[in-house]
Design a binder for this molecule. Structure first.
Ligand code: NAD
Length: 256
């Protein structure tokens, strides 16, 4: 399939899953607006090797006015947003009674509230053109919980709910909204959790195996490339009746 003539905004696309999805959409011909922190030039280089226009906006998505500025930039420089991939996310692990209030607010602001803001701002243009795809990167934690991850689990369950409501509001249009619910993907976000697991014995490979064995019946990581392919499918005409789904890609985690 071709995404020539379409513009994708992928939030948190300077690393991990977002970068994998941005690259796949670019390889199919979409021009891409990257967002996120860190090594921006490396991300831009990787995505632009597919010969499409690639820009970056450094909005901190926990700030609604910066999100609005990013949407205006997309309209001005790229003609709007046809494909919105809400991917940026952070994690904080602590029991509820010890959870720092400031970390709770940060996780909810980025992992949930930002999805509302980017969606409400991108939707008018999509509806006007009667074509659009909103793909929310939720998590297996949008469907089931784990101890120590209250803010993340609450935000991701919220994203799945927001996805359903948005899908219903757009159900008779050419705009679809779906969530992808990955299991473990070996990105910097998960590497931090592996490092912590390895602290008692110092063996990173053993910590990786422990992490997978606990949740993934397949005992293998999901890859950013596999997520890119799934996102691409959700952009296709074949997926036009996939609406409000929370699509698991988790090595069997939530099948148990
Ligand atoms: P990552 O840490 O590799 O990347 C996160 C991205 O978000 C980076 O580009 C970072 O710069 C950006 N970001 C962070 N704070 C930001 C902010 N305030 N404003 C704008 N951008 C910001 O993480 P990842 O593992 O690729 O995760 C991506 C998404 O996938 C997240 O929503 C995460 O919850 C979800 N997810 C990850 C896994 C996993 O196992 N890695 C599993 C399920 C779901």
């Amino acid at each position: 399939m071709t995404l020539h003539g379409k513009t994708a905004l992928v939030t948190g696309s300077t690393s991990g899953i977002g970068l994998g999805i941005a690259e796949r959409l670019a390889a199919s011909g979409a021009q891409v607006l990257l967002n996120g922190f860190g090594d921006i030039e490396a991300a831009r280089e990787r995505v632009s090797k597919h010969g499409v226009k690639v820009l970056h906006h450094g909005a901190d998505l926990s700030k609604p006015d910066e999100i609005a500025d990013m949407q205006s930039y997309a309209e001005r420089e790229l003609g709007g947003v046809d494909i919105l991939v809400n991917n940026a996310g952070i994690q904080h692990v602590a029991p509820v009674i010890e959870f720092p209030v400031e970390r709770w607010d940060a996780v909810i602001a980025l992992n949930l509230t930002a999805v509302f803001h980017t969606s409400r701002l991108a939707l008018p243009g999509m509806l006007e053109r009667n074509w659009g795809r909103i793909i929310n990167i939720a998590s297996a934690h949008g469907l089931v919980a784990s101890a120590g991850k209250s803010a993340y689990v609450a935000a991701k369950h919220g994203v799945v709910g927001l996805t359903k409501a948005t899908a219903l509001e757009t159900a008779t249009t050419g705009v679809t909204c779906n969530a992808i619910c990955p299991g473990w993907v070996l990105t910097p976000l998960v590497q931090k959790q592996i490092d912590k697991l390895a602290e008692p014995h110092g063996d990173l490979e053993r910590a990786k195996r422990e992490l997978l064995a606990e949740k993934h019946p397949s005992v293998e990581f999901v890859t950013p490339e596999q997520l890119g392919e799934l996102a691409l499918f959700l952009c296709s005409d074949a997926a036009v009746q996939v609406r409000g789904a929370a699509w698991s890609i988790d090595g069997g985690w939530t099948a148990r």
